[in-house]
Design a protein around this ligand. Structure first.
Ligand SMILES: [Zn+2]
Ligand SMILES: [Zn+2]
Length: 354
């Protein structure tokens, strides 16, 4: 995605020798393109790419002089330099810190920082920074929104928790990679991050730091979200019971989220998890036993990791996994010997065995 953007933004001088847009002209009321203008698509580069390491405050990546670039990856750090690329980490200034209750680390808050690339330091006053505080950069209510303009954030591996509504209504945040070491994420942590395209949750996350077991509203109304990677150690996604007041699900109203891979230990998908979210296809683990009013009604495919019998035993309340008659595929690591509908992973995505 970023590589594609870069390609669009950086003139293709070295490779294509042309810039600007094709000359096809359109006028009001004339909806057919001028087909006498030749296709002006840039040709393939005439050189083998030579990639050089690049970095900014948040990411490292590889880039050729022509602009061709690899995906940007967040720096990995627990000190002053990135452990992968060696770049100096330049923390944001004007953040605020509060000693945690054990007195062995600091909780970070926005303070008066206005950086557009936010960099959380690994330590403060000689102690590690261990938490992003409750409502640290966000607020649970839109009318209290801090209106921060940061688009990217680097977080150190010293963190172990992300607080309640920590990034709620951070409307400019485009991607988030929670560092390895974080074990819990608070309710509403990223709700209404309407520019957020991708989220990554490491396997160290085992729980949602939640008022209700299972968590709620963490990615509520993340309307640009298309890619989410969940921790393999989650056992529950969303809460198990109906409540007096409305508490939205973790992925409610993610109006561009069409695919998700539910990790292998999840037993329950709870209350309103996918309400307003157009899931087309989903990977479901054999461990799944309950789908509780989750609005999980995939329209195209279920990639299942258990047997047909296990699938029929999943308890589904107030909804129907099969309402839209999705294709069902069963997991087979190697090419299946018998006829049937089987799938496996190719580059981390489900693919049907032909
Ligand atoms: Zn090149
Ligand atoms: Zn780096």
């Amino acid at each position: 995605m970023l590589a594609v953007l870069l390609l669009c933004l950086v003139p293709f001088a070295a490779c294509a020798g042309s810039e600007g847009t094709p000359g096809g002209s359109y006028t009001e009321g004339d909806t057919t393109p001028d087909d006498t203008v030749p296709d002006d698509t840039p040709p393939e580069p005439e050189h083998p790419h030579t990639f050089y390491p690049r970095s900014d405050r948040v990411y490292h990546w590889q880039e050729c002089e022509c602009g061709e670039a690899s995906e940007k990856i967040m720096h990995v750090y627990s000190g002053d330099v990135c452990e992968v690329c060696g770049a100096d980490i330049v923390p944001s200034e004007n953040l605020a810190f509060e000693l945690n209750k054990d007195g062995d680390g600091y909780i970070v808050y926005n303070g008066t920082c206005t950086d557009t690339q936010l960099v959380i330091p690994a330590s403060y006053n000689g102690l590690p920074v261990t938490e992003i505080g409750d409502e640290a950069f966000g607020d649970k209510y839109s009318f209290h929104s801090k209106d921060l303009r940061f688009t990217d954030i680097a977080m150190p591996t010293t963190l172990n928790a992300i607080g309640f509504a920590a990034f709620s209504y951070c409307k400019y945040l485009q991607s988030v990679r929670i560092p390895e070491g974080v074990t819990s994420i608070g309710d509403k942590a990223f709700q209404y991050c309407t520019s957020l395209v991708s989220g990554y949750m490491p396997d160290s996350v085992t729980t949602f730091k939640s008022f209700y077991p299972g968590g709620y509203s963490i990615f509520l109304h993340c309307e640009s979200l298309t890619t989410v990677r969940l921790s393999a150690n989650l056992t529950q996604i969303g809460i198990a019971g109906g409540l007096g007041d409305i508490v939205y699900g973790i992925f409610s109203y993610c109006s561009n989220l069409t695919f998700i891979d539910i990790p292998d230990k999840v037993g329950l998908i709870g209350w309103l998890t996918f309400m307003g979210t157009p899931i087309e296809s989903i990977v479901l683990p054999a461990s799944l036993h309950t789908v509780f009013q989750a609005y999980l009604e995939p329209t195209e495919a279920i990639y299942y990791k258990g047997t047909e019998e296990q699938l029929s035993q999943i308890g589904v309340s107030f909804g129907d996994l099969f309402r839209h008659d999705p294709a069902v595929y069963y997991y087979s690591e190697t090419a299946p010997a018998q006829e049937g509908d089987y799938w496996h992973y190719v580059d981390g995505k489900p693919a049907v065995w032909e």
